[in-house]
Design a protein around this ligand. Structure first.
Ligand code: UD1
Ligand code: CA
Length: 455
């Protein structure tokens, strides 16, 4: 099949320097959603995207994040029919053409697959929807025996036609040869002076081409975005849909209205997610994990039965089984936390591995470090991994004990079972099984505090 995605409109009502189709739903530009869905129905198809307003920005986005598309330019926006005409040179005459919209982002692959199935046998198929309030949409006009005979835009509609509640969602599929021939016939003789794509429906009916309609499973699939109010409403609709999916899949959400999923979220059974959490990118969560309130988790994997406590921030981290993270922990890219390890409050870990059963429970920075098993890292310990130019590794071997307020000046190694006394600034390797300490000797002087000045 051929796929045309219309995305030339300006989106005036967004009041934005950013082209409308680059505004995001669930962290991904609307056009990106449509392209990903197209890939799902057929990864070999090369959709033709019609661009106009803001085409430079859209092209830049497309070249960065997508491959497998062609671009047609509609220099002046003279209507949806005129937009499709610009794509005609890129279409294969022998296949059907499916028309989609860059600002109707949440159309689902299953709906499009059904639509394309109906579109075989030289049929025109229109995706329609019954609306309580159809104001503003093109109306599906049917004959007395129920056959579709045309689409009339709101602005061109009579009072009777405005009563019709079945609307044109804009998405349709038809044979490409006929599409070309119909588009050649449409005239801009309407209130808006535009070439309406919708006029092909009347032409098809006149030629006796079979016209079928179908409706999507969910209302949000056909909702378009013209303003930030609609963008926000669609975001909520999508988030509720994803939350419902999780509940039905065996995940406990303390409040399905207070979770945001922006990306691909894989979650096993018996996971509990408290309120206010945000999941971004590729996140995988194994059985029995408990996630406390207000956590942000991006591109990370969390092993079975681990706990992520309140207000933790994870990015690019892999957490093993039965680990405890937070509250207020920050795991940055390249962090690996092995099973049964604990990372406590105000501990930041970056590009480091923390071995099995090791603990850093309070106020630490661990960067570019390899920490063995059963290590205890005392409060306030810091790896000094950066000299202002280069980064260096800290190695802490199994069963070491790092006293509170230690600075580990990398590159440095703490041997197996070594103990580092509190307040140490470690600049040389600490030998295995010994106590290493660097500290100014404690002394006391006779001392009288000066009296307070009386004013
Ligand atoms: C269109 C349909 C209407 C339908 C509604 C659904 C027509 C004539 N009308 O109306 O029946 O109910 O969508 O939302 O098709 N675009 C271009 N180039 C243009 C004009 C539009 O690329 O010259 C793109 C826009 O960027 C947008 C889409 O086509 O993605 C729809 O255009 P819009 O002006 O919003 O159409 P509506 O008037 O809402
Ligand atoms: Ca319009």
């Amino acid at each position: 099949m051929n796929i045309v995605i219309l995305a030339a409109g300006q989106g005036k009502r967004m009041y934005s320097a950013l082209p409308k189709v680059l505004h995001s739903i669930a962290g991904k530009p609307m056009l990106g959603h449509v392209l990903d869905t197209v890939q799902k129905i057929d990864s070999s198809v090369k959709p033709c995207i019609v661009l106009g307003h803001g085409q430079d920005a859209v092209k830049e986005y497309l070249n960065l994040h997508h491959s497998n598309f062609t671009i047609a330019i509609q220099a002046e926006q003279k209507g949806t029919g005129h937009a499709v005409m610009q794509a005609l040179p890129y279409l294969n005459e022998d296949l059907s053409t499916l028309i989609l919209y860059g600002d109707v982002p949440l159309i689902q692959a299953s709906t499009l697959t059904d639509l394309l199935r109906l579109a075989q046998d030289e049929t025109l198929v229109i995706l329609t929807q019954e609306l309580e309030n159809p104001h503003g949409y093109g109306r599906i006009v049917r004959s007395l025996d129920g056959e579709v005979i045309g689409i009339v835009e709101e602005k061109d509609a009579t009072v009777e036609i405005k009563q019709i509640r079945e609307i044109n969602t804009g998405m349709m599929a038809c044979p490409t040869k006929e599409l070309r021939q119909w588009l050649a016939q449409i005239q801009p003789n309407n209130v808006q002076g535009e070439h309406y794509l919708t006029d092909i429906v009347g032409l098809a009916a006149g030629q006796g081409v079979p016209i079928r309609t179908m409706m999507p499973q969910y209302g949000f699939e056909v909702e378009g975005v013209n303003s930030r109010v609609q963008l926000a409403a669609l975001e909520r609709a999508w988030q509720s849909h994803q939350a419902l999916d999780l509940l039905q899949g065996g995940i406990t959400l303390i409040d399905p209205n207070r979770i945001d999923i922006r990306g691909n979220f894989k979650c096993s059974n018996d996971v509990t997610i408290d309120i206010g959490c945000v999941f971004e990118g590729q996140v995988e969560i194994a059985d029995g994990v408990h996630i406390g309130p207000y956590c942000v988790i991006k591109d990370s994997k969390i092993g079975a039965n681990s706990q992520i406590k309140a207000f933790s921030h994870l990015e690019g981290a892999v957490v093993g089984e039965s680990a405890v993270i937070g509250p207020y922990a920050r795991l940055r890219p390249g962090t690996e936390i092995d099973e049964h390890a604990h990372i406590g409050n105000f501990v930041e870990v970056k590009n480091s591995r923390i071995g099995k059963g090791s603990k850093a429970n309070h106020l630490s920075y661990i960067g570019d470090a390899q920490v063995g098993s059963r290590v205890n890292i005392g409060a306030g310990t810091i790896t000094c991994n950066y000299d202002g130019v280069n980064k260096y590794q800290t190695i802490i071997e199994d069963d070491a004990f790092i006293g509170s307020d230690t600075q580990l000046v990398a590159p440095v190694t703490v041997g197996k079972g070594a103990t580092i006394g509190a307040g140490t600034t470690l600049t040389k390797d600490a030998p295995t099984q010994q106590l290493t300490i660097s500290r100014v000797k404690q002394f006391s002087l006779k001392w009288q505090r000066p009296p307070k000045k009386i004013q």
